[in-house]
Design a protein around this ligand. Sequence first.
Ligand code: PLP
Length: 444
Amino acid sequence: MKPSYLIKPALDERYPEIDYGKGVFLFDKEGKKYLDAASGAVTANIGHGVPEIILAMHEQSKRVSFVYRSQFTSEAAEKLAEKLADALPGDLNWSFFVNSGSEATETALKIAIQYWQEKGIKSKTKILSRWISYHGITLGALSMSGHPGRRARFVPLLEEFPSISPPYCYRCPYQSTAPECGFLCAMELDGAIKRIGSDHIAGFIAEPVIGAAGGAITPPEGYYETIKKICDENNILFIADEVMTGFGRTGPMLASENWNIIPDIVALGKGMGAGYAPIAATVVSDHVMEPILHGSKSIMSGHTLSANPQSCAAALAVLEYLENNDILSDVESKSVYLKNKLDQLKKQFEFIGDVRGKGLLLGLEFVRMPGAKIPFERSMKLTELVVKAGRDQGILLYPAGAGLDGMSGDAVIISPPLTITKREIDELINLLKATFIEVYRILG
Ligand code: PLP
């Protein structure tokens, strides 16, 4: 076998080689065009080849590409931190820059524990989380992740963090509907805290809209209010993992804002660098920083490439691009336009069991028997089939987990760049239709 780089999940599969990207499209070396309906992995939020970002990175690299964060700061890092503080709600004013979403959630975990230690409470070391979640691949982040498939190999090394059910209304574990259910899945948090003892729990982490693990599972109105109230009443920090949902993916800068929630700590990634540079951040509120600033005065975490000037310049340019072009104000109308068309497709292709999501983070769950919500046999690998058929038709979709265990069902995420036009959404729908016709043909 020819040696190759080891990033590909399937080492025996040959991926097309991409030549260039422009807007919502990617073009491979053979000239094939793909509509990037997933923004890669919900990352290329402003599309490909945006000259302003490329120029900002180039200008920064002409001045200096790297300074070590424990020796120097840079104008790009300072400006980015300042601008982020302005753009984020509440007193989320302190940014710790890292290079990936996993590092951002792992740092959030550490800061939450450190916060309580600096207040003199050493017993609060657990982070609670939900099943059907993904917070990253490093061991701390994976410990928090309710993703059985990604945990399986490493279970002996992981902490037992996931503890409560997700707000998965399509497959409600209580066979109820919101709000009549009284948010029983949120109330599980109260039960878990009582069982473990709040004096052992530093924080609770959740993705506002569940991404890779559940295919854009979106909570009902009232869910996050209940969660935040339980956290506050029990002295537990609320950590929002906005790695996928942040930077306007669902409309506002943070998806938490959709439900008027201001988290104590936020993890950002993906759309922050929008694929132009590896950058992520853990953003901490004033009230969480206070005991640290009056205590050890340092965060016990960090990476060699934290706050890399070129990555900071890219993220700053992305933030400016979002503002200068007023990108976020159009997300809701594009979402309604796209979601209506997906609802129409659901009527045509009955294997679409559920259309869900928020903003431009939408998901389709596929089922064999829509009435009974019975999934396909997992051995049929329907998600993989849909993604492959999509790629062949020239549309890129993001595979996601589904089912109450996050593994037994099939779903894809549809999350085009926020810059997509309505005409391009029409094109996306036509390609999706062609993909589903092909999948039906293969299924016979
Ligand atoms: N958190 C969420 C919600 C994610 O979706 C992801 C990645 O998919 C991560 C964390 C991990 O980010 P990364 O892959 O950049 O380490």
